[in-house]
Write a new protein. Structure first.
Length: 719
């Protein structure tokens, strides 16, 4: 008899239920992996089910391996083990056995990401396309979406109509599918798609696989999409048990096809379903859990469950509001350093953020504080392609060095080939001058190439003149470069929204540098950035992990910092524009973020003006939804004023880090509309408005309107 003595009542019910169709709603930290494992053991040892007739589907190799290890340890005397695999691995096995009915050989090739890019490279060469205008990632997404929607080549052309960009994508799609056929290859999307198609077309094959299974178990059921659900239903025949485990409150992948309604409406598809709710959390303290529960309770499209924990704790969730994003990052670094000095390892702490671009100020703060860190599942901010490209464009306005020139001269594509670049490099070596100086000589080429290079040098010379004569602020020059170079338009055309957000964050970085260093120029900014961008990864086993909330799914830490809890950032601006559906997805994401913490949760927000949002930052609605009994507020705290929140008194705890104490003593004057002020660089100006400590001030030509913190040391009231 399976030993269930250590399980709580609901866990026991989930393990021992005799129902044919079972839906387990497993709250965060409720022990779902243990329940799944013991359910398999129960079916084999207590119900006499053959292990080989049990299929457990997971969605990551890590989860599959973990479950295999647990089951094998508990089934020491068993010769055969259940089939535990990812859904893709399962499809590979099915297709290896039966794909011949689809006119493909059993030894078909499986294309990985590199193989896909190799085929796209062939297509781009034939169609004269470049990766800067047509990034591989965007094209692969287009192909994947077409396949998922079962769109033929003819349909793709029909949908493209006369729109040239879509017709180009359709041509690549046509080349890709034909090349796959030539290679007798399937990519990862095809594995599920072809299995479903085969089961639909050949009932005898579907029946053969159904007859092999007595029970199908599915983990992370809240994250499956419509095609995966169809595959599961086709596998679980009329005589099979179906056991699904998931949490609708943790559905955070709708942007890639996951449909929360599948788990919500499971009982409609299987009317005799028994639903069991695992509502005891073993991970987080009651303060953290109750705070997360109070937020997710605001979602209307959810299955209510009263998640509770026996882990009592008096340490409330700490909400810290800082004046700006650099102050927020510095506070996090200060607190991490303090906790580490007190004996907490870096690995026990994590910093989570909504989007990748938000890592910029955090990375700088960690480097300044000498805190070893890694970007979990991502790339450091200053190492991202678009950031390197943009900084090289700025270098063209200062030094026009060979490395910067080689990186950007053909980004976006200008028709400058390798042969042309080799000739420029050779001439530069012979004359012992830079490659850019060779371009300025205007003697090496003729015809179309000459005209293209003349336009490029004229554009760069304009930027160099602006930078030298200081007729434009650095951030304004940067925006001009992005526009005139065509780089921004290239990203917009390709739909590279995340890369565009990263560039906007770089503008914030430049504006921050200008505000803190009003007498410094572009060359000094580039030198400062180089110090952050060229650091090597710290070689240590103990490091702080920085990651997006999506990357944190399935992980847990003793102490968690969630940064940039501002409306428009978290919840995300695009999601907010979608209305209630988008906000509910963001709220589920916040719930996932909060429940990663075992003992302490810090929620951070930054004030000041956001270039990305094009407005002053305000407190996230999710902060306001937390039960007041579970949260403490420090820093710049919101107070109601005429129905709106405004930044008010500084209320730091006595035991906070030195940085916090310093910030707590800071007084931010509120400038009034019409007041005259003087700035150390821009001269006299008049205040247009001042909101939440950020003043909009009109200065004489050529400076124009600037947004400046009203308490900035460079700014004074005119007597």
């Amino acid at each position: 008899m399976t030993d269930v003595s250590l399980l709580n009542k609901n866990q026991k019910d989930a393990v021992l239920s005799e129902a044919k169709y079972i839906r387990v709603i497993a709250g965060a930290g409720s022990g779902k992996t243990r329940v799944l494992t013991m359910r398999i053991i129960h079916l084999i040892e207590d119900c006499g089910m053959f292990a080989s007739r049990i299929l457990a589907i997971t969605f990551t190799n890590k989860a599959a391996n973990e479950m295999k290890e647990r089951v094998s340890r508990m089934l020491e005397d068993q010769t055969y083990l259940p089939r535990i695999s990812t859904i893709h691995s399962l499809c590979v096995r099915i297709l290896r056995e039966d794909i011949e009915v689809m006119d493909y050989p059993r030894n078909y090739t499986i294309m990985d990401a590199d193989d896909q890019k190799a085929v796209l490279k062939e297509a781009y060469k034939q169609l004269n396309l470049d990766t800067t205008s047509w990034p591989y990632g965007g094209m692969i997404d287009y192909i994947s979406n077409n396949k998922a929607a079962d769109i033929s080549i003819e349909k793709a052309y029909e949908m493209a109509g006369d729109y040239s960009a879509d017709r180009t994508r359709a041509k690549v799609y046509e080349y890709y599918l034909n090349r796959q056929k030539d290679l007798l290859a399937l990519d990862f999307d095809d594995l599920i798609l072809w299995t479903v198609r085969m089961f639909r077309r050949f009932p005898q094959i579907r029946k053969k696989w159904q007859d092999r299974l007595s029970c199908v178990l599915v983990d992370e059921f809240q994250d499956i999409d419509a095609l995966q659900y169809e595959l599961i239903r086709l596998l679980a025949g009329e005589d099979s048990m179906l056991y699904v485990v998931g949490d609708p409150d943790q559905t955070i992948y709708t942007w890639r096809g996951a449909d929360v309604n599948i788990i919500m409406n499971f009982s409609r598809d299987y009317p005799d379903t028994e639903t069991i709710i695992l509502n005891e959390n073993y991970r987080s303290t009651n303060m953290i859990l109750n705070g997360a529960n109070s937020v997710i309770a605001n979602n209307r499209s959810r299955m209510k469950k009263d998640l509770f924990t026996s882990r009592e704790g008096n340490d409330k969730i700490t909400h810290c509001a800082c004046a700006a994003d650099d102050a927020e990052a510095a506070w996090v670094a200060s607190k991490v350093s303090e906790l580490h000095r007190k004996g907490k390892s870096y690995l026990d702490m994590a910093v989570l953020y909504r989007s990748n671009y938000l890592s910029r100020s955090l990375e700088k703060a960690m480097l300044d504080a000498r805190i070893p860190y890694i970007i979990y599942g991502g790339i450091r901010f200053y190492e991202r392609k678009e950031i390197k490209d943009a900084l090289c464009y700025l270098r063209m306005a200062v030094s026009a060095d060979d490395l910067a020139l080689q990186r950007v001269i053909n980004v976006p594509r200008r028709g400058i080939g390798n042969k042309t670049m080799d000739m420029i490099a050779e001439s530069a070596r012979e004359q012992e001058i830079s490659m850019y100086e060779v371009l300025k000589q205007d003697q090496l080429f003729s015809g179309k190439v000459k005209t293209t290079l003349q336009r490029f040098t004229a554009m760069v010379e304009k930027w160099r003149s602006i930078a030298m004569e200081h007729t434009m602020e650095i951030d304004e020059l940067f925006e001009t470069i992005l526009q005139e170079s065509g780089y921004k338009a290239m990203l917009e055309e390709a739909g590279e929204h995340e890369r565009i957000e990263n560039l906007k964050e770089l503008v914030d970085d430049i504006e921050e540098f200008c505000a803190n260093n009003p007498d410094s120029g572009l060359d000094e900014y580039l030198q400062v950035v180089a110090l952050y961008g060229d650091r090597e990864e710290t070689a240590t086993a103990d490091y702080l992990q920085l990651m997006t909330v999506h990357a944190a799914k399935g992980l847990e830490f003793d102490t968690v910092f969630v940064t940039d809890m501002n409306d428009g950032i978290f919840p995300n601006e695009r999601a907010m524009s979608e209305g209630n559906r988008g906000v509910e997805e963001e709220r589920r994401l916040a719930y996932v973020a909060f429940t990663r913490a075992r003992n302490k949760l810090y929620l951070m927000e930054a004030g000041g003006y956001s270039y990305i949002l094009q407005r002053v930052r305000t407190t996230s609605r999710f902060i306001k939804e937390i039960d007041p009994a579970c949260i403490e507020h420090i820093g710049l705290t919101p107070e109601p004023s005429r129905g709106e929140a405004r930044l008010s008194s500084l209320l730091f705890d006595n035991d906070t880090a030195p940085f916090a104490e310093k910030l707590a003593k800071t007084k931010t004057p509120q400038l009034k509309k019409g007041e005259m002020v003087t700035h150390t660089k821009f001269g006299e100006g008049v205040v247009i408005k001042c909101v939440n400590g950020i003043a909009e001030i009109a200065f004489p030509y050529p400076h124009g309107i600037k947004k400046i913190a009203s308490g900035h040391p460079t700014l004074k009231r005119k007597n």
